[in-house]
Design a binder for this molecule. Structure first.
Ligand code: FAD
Length: 458
């Protein structure tokens, strides 16, 4: 089996296939661990932690704690690089231990059963019975704002800065834009976010967006909603970005640089899909069936290249299912319990259906909600913004979804993801004793609220 791309989709597929006894070659042209470990999830979360430490130290005087904070971003980035090296080395070691044949090079298809691999200046061919393509995604380019690593940055550049910029314009208030804006604001940058929609995290419920917007505003982030980044120019060792409203009103914003984080494009142009007759759909993704199979029975596509949500755990899950399917196991993809998290302040985490989606899907939704302000632990960690909300089907009590805005929401969500996966009910969640005092009690209380039995909400 040939696997192309060693991100969370590809390397997990390769290890799982090797566990099934297949003879696996994994080809990676850049770095083991792909976008997630090298330029995405892990480096961004390392910097989120750095931003939190700096900000908490700087703003703790009301707790009787005073600190002078000096941020050396170069050293923070070095520390982050150490974590990345540890994890990417781990991926390489795990693949080798599983018996996966690793090739540092670029692979492309020659025909339906042969690929060409360019490695170390040499080209060789490799025959394969099965292939899994996991070539990931790259930043979506905004016309006129091609990254140059200096004045126009993409997310990868933002994770490699050696100095905290005095000011930055961020184009895009999606999850990557909001995470990076929050980090940089906490490290001391004056951040202005330009977003064509009318709120942050436009794909989320309004009350989630409100919590994140209000907190970001408290951190000093300015927002320009309903504006498009139209043009930029170099001025006074910085940039001037012209934004435009739907009515044609132009505003000029100045900063040290502009960071463009407007979305991600699937990478479908590196493997010569033409040789297989595989064509991307209108969104640029490779269409696949419920096991990740493309139009060709023996070629699978997993991860970002196979479509939204472009998240690492979704890529790994699809990689495992594809490898299981190739090994003849009865594996099938089910995205009903696919979690997502945004590592802002506070974090946002969602899974399953919102109330509206549940109604559209034909359920009779009931909703329970617990505000963080009613939770003792939340107050002790100064986190009374936000809430935990659970959506369920009223007649059966079956849990269908959740939306949480809270510190560690990404961790709190797992309990509800498991509940959806296992078909658990509100009573089963509400009847489970939760440790006190913990933020997780809000999940139990939200379930109880949906049943009309909450103790700590009115
Ligand atoms: P990738 O990780 O992109 O890996 C694809 C690999 O294929 C690359 O290494 C590439 O070099 C290689 N490749 C491409 N073409 C070829 C070829 N022809 N030959 C050989 N190799 C090739 N997701 C989360 O779940 N949580 C997060 O907190 C999170 N944070 C993020 C933060 C940022 C700033 C970014 C940019 C992304 C973040 N993501 C996060 C998204 C996550 O990184 C991706 O969803 C995930 O990496 C997708 O995995 P993948 O295996 O599909 O592709």
């Amino acid at each position: 089996m040939l696997v192309i791309g060693a991100g969370p989709g590809g390397y997990v597929a390769a290890i799982r296939a090797a566990q099934h006894g297949l003879d696996v070659t994994l080809v990676e042209k850049d770095a083991y661990g792909g976008t997630c470990l090298n330029y995405g999830c892990i480096p961004s979360k390392a910097l989120v932690h750095g931003g939190d430490v700096a900000h908490e130290a700087r703003t703790a005087d009301h707790l009787g704690i005073d600190a002078d904070v000096d941020v050396d971003l170069g050293r923070l980035v070095d520390w982050k690089d150490g974590i990345v090296d540890q994890l990417t080395g781990g991926v390489e070691g795990l693949c080798k231990a599983a018996g996966v044949d690793l090739v540092d090079g670029a692979a492309q298809f020659v025909d339906e059963h042969v690929a060409e691999i360019d490695a170390d200046g040499e080209t060789r061919t490799l025959g394969f019975e099965y292939a899994i393509v996991a070539t990931g995604s790259r930043p979506l380019e905004v016309p006129g704002f091609e990254p140059d690593g200096g004045y126009v940055l993409d997310s990868r550049d933002a994770l490699e800065l050696d100095e905290v910029p005095d000011s930055l314009i961020v184009v895009g208030a999606g999850y990557i834009g909001m995470e990076l804006s929050t980090v940089l604001a906490k490290l001391g940058t004056d951040v202005t976010v330009v977003e064509m929609f009318d709120d942050v995290l436009p794909m989320y419920d309004d009350d989630i967006s409100r919590v994140i917007r209000e907190r970001a505003t408290e951190l000093g982030i300015d927002f320009r909603f309903g504006e498009l980044a139209a043009d930029w120019d170099e001025r006074d060792e910085g940039v001037v970005v012209a934004t435009e409203t739907e009515d044609g009103d132009i505003t000029e914003l100045s900063a040290d640089a502009v960071l463009v984080v407007a979305g991600r494009d699937p990478v479908t142009d590196t493997v010569n899909f033409d040789a297989l007759g595989i064509e991307p759909d209108d969104d640029g993704c490779v269409p696949t069936d419920a096991q990740g199979r493309t139009d060709l029975d023996h070629v699978f596509a997993v991860g970002d290249i196979a479509g939204e949500p472009m998240l690492a755990h979704k890529a790994s899950y699809e990689g495992e299912v594809a490898a299981d399917a190739i090994a003849g196991q009865p594996a099938t993809l089910d995205h009903a319990a696919m979690p997502a998290a945004v590592f802002t302040d506070p974090e946002v985490a969602t899974v399953g259906l919102t109330r509206e989606e549940a109604a559209e899907a034909g359920y009779s939704p009931v909703v329970g909600q617990m505000p963080m302000a009613g939770n003792g632990r939340a107050l002790t960690v100064e986190a009374d913004d936000g809430f935990a909300r659970i959506v369920a089907d009223e007649p059966t009590g079956r849990v269908l979804g959740a939306q949480i805005a809270a510190p560690n929401a990404s961790e709190l969500l797992s309990e509800i993801t498991l509940a959806i996966e296992q078909g658990l009910t509100l009573s089963e969640l509400a009847g489970t004793v939760h440790t006190h005092p913990t933020l997780s009690e809000t999940v139990m209380e939200a379930a109880a609220d949906a049943l009309g039995e909450a103790i700590h909400t009115r």
